[in-house]
Design a protein around this ligand. Structure first.
Ligand code: GNR
Ligand code: NI
Length: 165
């Protein structure tokens, strides 16, 4: 059971663009396992490798009520998107901040699982929101980037104030 440290906004390392995974080895499987432990312990419904300072395209998600349906997304890509919907989002890297964000409502995504098998899946609701939030992390983007510059400035100030405490 490994509990990894999560980077907190406005850490510059959250802005790095992650590189594609080329082979899934024991190191990858250990990282995925540690990321799942960290996500469940937080607790959160998703975690991108970027958040634990590993800049590879790896995401774990579990939006189930019981927290017993882990998904691993390696090199995830959205292949179809339809509609727009607003949802309240939070982020383990921006604790205490919750805002309404507009995203694609229905998506189809492609990814590779932890055994190296490619798969495609359709998603809507919270799962669709979470996948887009996590892929943004891999691209160095955060949900606060969609807010007004005024709100962004307030959030950054609040985070830096809490950091000093
Ligand atoms: O735990 C999380 N909850 C959440 C709620 C609404 C929209 C997105 C998320 S993801 C977040 C965990 C996290 O920061 N993942 O990067
Ligand atoms: Ni996040």
């Amino acid at each position: 059971m490994a509990d990894l440290d999560i980077l907190i906004f406005p850490d510059d390392r959250l802005r790095r663009v992650a590189t594609a995974v080329t082979d899934i080895d024991d190191k990858t499987r250990t990282l995925v396992s540690d990321m799942l432990d960290t996500m469940y312990a937080a607790p959160g419904i998703g975690l991108a490798a970027t958040q634990v300072d590993v800049h590879e395209r790896i995401v774990v998600i579990d939006v189930s009520e019981k927290g017993n349906e882990p998904l691993t997304l390696i090199n995830p890509e959205i292949v179809v998107a339809e509609g727009r919907a607003q949802h309240e989002e939070g982020c383990l890297s921006i604790p205490g901040i919750y805002e309404q964000i507009e995203r694609d409502e229905h998506i189809k995504f492609a990814a590779i699982d932890v055994d190296g098998n490619p798969y495609e899946m359709e998603a809507e609701g919270l799962l669709a929101v979470c996948i887009q939030h996590e892929i943004d992390h891999l691209d160095g983007k955060l949900f606060v980037d969609y807010l007004s510059t005024l709100k962004q400035r307030r959030i950054k100030k609040k985070m830096l104030k809490h950091e000093k405490e």
